[in-house]
Design a protein around this ligand. Structure first.
Ligand SMILES: [Ca+2]
Ligand SMILES: [Ca+2]
Length: 314
């Protein structure tokens, strides 16, 4: 064999080895990926099942708390669950929120879809109490109200939104989610994060539960500054019972007219039908988070908690 052909044979052998290595690597890599994918999918399924179990458990807790007649923070539903280790690498964490302890943005308009100026003034108080500018109250009211006329100099309708890039239009209907606040021009995620724990988007006529209403909301209603800076005092009053009861709340008003307007614009209650459940289920390194909107209904056969909406994040 000439030097030349020996060289060619060596090169061919080296090429074959290189190819074989590449193929072997590709096979190993693909098998590894397939295995990981399979493990991920089964972990995901398991995590979803766990979250579904927690949801059923939460619904049951709500039904069990129902006969007490009030919905208050000392009850079982209000106690956060976990982190709870189910077995080895399965962990769940969950917490339930009473949505009637929040300001219902859909109450900014009346039954005809017209802005309720008193409700706007209460929302301005709430914005102020959480450290935001009061001007956003008019903007969100215009977003919801049926007409196309700006409420005041702080209002915003299509005349503004259609000039933006990209252009869009006001919803002019009840909110489906409080996250629609992010549609307001320049509102931004930071303001949203600050107001989000205090607002909700429920049917307009759902009343505020005084026993679970946050301090800044109670203060927004009374027009005073009693609880915003004293959350511990409010918590203490709620350790065992509903506080304030409808009667205690009424007595807080020096001006009875304001109390009547609160009842007229929002309605007040000592129990709730609307709850949000947040569940995080982890199986190994796979996580699954579930948001469930629960509605408690009284039926002839007893109370029942129905899931109206579910949102997932993996
Ligand atoms: Ca409008
Ligand atoms: Ca308007």
């Amino acid at each position: 064999m000439s030097t030349r052909s020996r060289g060619a044979a060596l090169l061919a052998a080296l090429l074959l080895v290189a190819l074989a290595t590449a193929i072997a690597y590709a096979i190993t890599f693909d098998t590894g990926l397939t295995l990981r994918r399979a493990a991920g999918a089964s972990g995901q399924d398991q995590a979803q099942l766990l979250a579904g179990g927690v949801e059923a458990f939460a619904a049951d807790v709500l039904v069990r708390d129902r006969p007490s007649g009030t919905t208050q923070l000392s009850q079982t539903w209000a106690q956060p669950l976990g982190p709870l280790e189910i077995s080895g690498d399965e962990v769940v964490t969950a917490a339930m929120d009473d949505l009637q302890g929040r300001f219902n943005l859909n109450a900014l308009v009346d039954a005809q879809g017209k802005i309720d100026p008193f409700a706007v003034s209460v929302f301005e108080n709430l914005l102020r109490n959480v450290g935001l500018e009061t001007r956003w109250a008019a903007a969100i009211a215009d977003w919801i109200d049926v007409d196309d006329q700006a409420y005041d100099q702080n209002g915003a309708e299509d005349a503004l939104y259609t000039t933006l890039t990209p252009a869009y239009r006001a919803a002019n209907r009840a909110l489906v989610s409080p996250s629609e606040l992010l549609a307001l021009h320049d509102f931004g995620i930071e303001r949203y994060a600050r107001i989000a724990p205090y607002v909700t988007a429920l049917p307009r006529s759902v009343p505020i539960n005084l026993c679970t209403a946050a301090g800044p909301l109670l203060d927004a209603l009374t027009g005073e500054e009693q609880w915003t800076r004293a959350p511990d005092a409010l918590r203490k009053n709620r350790e065992r019972n509903c506080f304030p009861t409808k009667e205690t709340f009424r007595l807080q008003f020096a001006d009875a007219t304001r109390h009547t307007r609160i009842v007229g614009s929002f309605g007040v209650a000592e129990r709730s039908d609307w709850f949000a459940l947040r569940t995080l289920a982890a199986v190994g390194s796979t996580e699954f988070s579930l948001y469930s909107l629960l509605h408690l209904e009284d039926r002839p056969e007893g109370a029942q908690a129905r899931v109206l909406t579910r949102r997932f994040a993996e």
